[in-house]
Design a protein around this ligand. Structure first.
Ligand SMILES: Cc1cc2nc3c(=O)[nH]c(=O)nc-3n(C[C@H](O)[C@H](O)[C@H](O)COP(=O)(O)OP(=O)(O)OC[C@H]3O[C@@H](n4cnc5c(N)ncnc54)[C@H](O)[C@@H]3O)c2cc1C
Length: 474
């Protein structure tokens, strides 16, 4: 028998979908700008105007102002995950370092992690230089353990970081007094803190970047779907852009391109945001530092305190739709909204007690490769390239990808082009129905494992989660 659907209080003016709350915060979903008006010659054509596409355009124009760079976007810049995410500008790697080390050695995997640490400050510096007010606060990331199995995983995570050479200054446990001073999560049994993360307002960053690249002379065409990417050209219904390099920057949407259905799985993630919360809630829970917050469940949650004092809270909703289909404008089922609300108010009972409701819910897709590790690549023979597969860690990674694509396109050998995610080959996902069955089995097992770990007094990760990891190669 199915569990009864959880319910949640909806605030007056509640919105479901409409891309994301982050646009409502900006005054509404943007109208797309001009579409491509005919055939065009460029040096570099970029498909997709999210962080990956825009950062690539930005760094190319900064390096070579004379380069003709055209960006082609199906909807409007920031329509995808870049305008919908949880706002963790995090240095967490997409995937585990062991996988990058397997091909390039441990030192290369460490170099990738160091580059990710530095990327947080790079994004902050460029935002400041370009006058992009993205609500950035570099407050670090709190990992909270809410049961004994999660606590054991926190210890394992810490030991793993130490094995890789990262010290107290990169990740450390908080004692009870520090936890109490920073953020009071009901049922918290332990917390780790890393400084390598900043809070952002995602849509402000992507729209600010759009302004910056246009200011540099990049041509960004919106409402322009690319129907084929081929060596030397990107084809649209309104004309063809001929370019020496054609870069695919479509992450979670990649499955919609011809021949790419099994490349990266479009994994769904859903969010809710509360109304602005009253002072008594913040007195009860703290969170003065605006750290980002995540737990160590298998079906994990992520959250931030917004600039206007709401809690934005995300987690997996319906994880994947049959045939890699994508729910376009982010409408989210009531069941998911209720489940996220229960989780939020379980961690912060003061929110429920305050009588506040949910102001907005939305969902989006992120790209997951078969081995859960990101790639960036340019083939010098064909001029085709891409970056993505960030598995939910794309906000900062897309910036590193943009700088790396710049060097690859310009044919320069740099520290960035030597990083171990460059040119990695990853096999595709299985055909349907195996893909659907595998992903749904994984999340069912994760949900069951989390429930068991919550109920059971033991400190062991449920065997169900290990089975799920084996099925999907996570
Ligand atoms: C709900 C949610 C929460 C997340 N939270 C975080 C987080 O807190 N921290 C983090 O690091 N990562 C997070 N992520 C992941 C992160 O947002 C993404 O990895 C990142 O934004 C990807 O950027 P991108 O530019 O590669 O892709 P996108 O931002 O998805 O952009 C791709 C663009 O390509 C366009 N496009 C697609 N097909 C075509 C076509 N045929 N022709 C032209 N244009 C096309 C799309 O319209 C879209 O604008 C989250 C993702 C989601 C969905």
């Amino acid at each position: 028998m199915n569990a009864p659907a959880p319910t949640a209080p909806l605030a007056g003016g509640f919105v479901n979908g409409e891309v994301s709350f982050w646009y409502r915060d900006l005054g509404g979903v943007p109208e797309p700008g001009d579409a491509l008006g005919g055939d065009l010659d460029a040096d570099v054509a970029i498909v997709g105007a999210g962080y990956t596409g825009l950062w690539t355009a930005y760094y190319l124009k900064r390096a070579r102002p004379g380069l003709r760079v055209a960006v082609l976007e199906r909807e409007f810049a920031g329509y995808g995950a870049s305008g919908r995410n949880g706002g963790w500008l995090t240095a967490d790697l997409a995937g585990i370092p062991e996988r990058y080390a397997a091909t390039h050695g441990a030192e290369a995997a460490r170099a990738l992690q160091r580059a990710m640490f530095a990327t947080i400050d790079e994004v902050i510096a460029v935002a400041a230089a370009e006058g992009i007010d993205a609500g950035i606060v570099k407050s670090g990331l709190l990992h909270v353990a809410t049961n004994r199995a999660q606590l054991a995983r926190a210890r394992h995570m810490l030991a793993h970081e130490r094995e890789w050479g990262w010290g107290e200054e990169d990740l450390r446990p908080l004692d009870d007094a520090e936890r109490e001073a920073r953020l009071r999560v009901a049922g918290a049994q332990g917390m780790l803190w890393s400084p390598h993360c900043a809070r952002i307002q995602p849509a402000r960053l992507v729209r600010g970047l759009l302004r910056a690249v246009r200011g540099l002379g990049v041509q960004v065409f919106e409402a322009t779907p690319v129907t084929a990417i081929e060596p030397g050209r990107a084809v649209t219904p309104y004309g063809t852009v001929r370019a020496g390099h054609v870069i695919r920057a479509t992450e979670g949407f990649t499955a919609g391109l011809p021949g790419k259905r099994r490349t990266w799985l479009p994994m769904n993630s859903s969010m809710i945001v509360t109304e602005p919360l009253p002072a008594k809630v913040w007195e009860a829970i703290g969170w003065e530092g605006r750290e980002l917050l995540g737990d160590l469940a298998h079906y994990y949650m992520y959250a931030q305190r917004t600039a206007d004092d709401r809690i934005a809270f995300g987690g997996r909703g319906r994880p994947y739709r049959y045939g890699s289909r994508i729910d376009e404008r982010g409408r989210t089922p009531a069941w998911t909204v209720g489940a996220l609300w229960d989780l939020l108010t379980g961690m912060f009972p003061a929110v429920r007690a305050s009588g506040a409701g949910i102001a907005h819910t939305w969902s989006g897709v992120l790209g997951v490769p078969r081995d859960w590790c990101a790639t960036v690549h340019v083939d010098p023979a064909t001029g085709l390239g891409w970056a993505g597969g960030y598995t939910g860690h794309g906000v900062a990674t897309a910036n590193l990808a943009g700088r790396t694509l710049r060097d690859l396109i310009l044919g320069e050998e740099t520290e960035l082009t030597a990083l171990p995610w460059v040119g990695r080959r990853v096999r595709g996902w299985e055909p349907e129905p195996l893909r659907w069955l595998g992903v749904h089995a994984m999340y069912r097992l994760y949900r069951m494992a989390d429930a068991r770990e919550n109920r059971a007094p033991g400190a062991r990760t449920s065997a169900l989660a290990r089975i799920a990891d084996t099925i999907t190669g996570r």
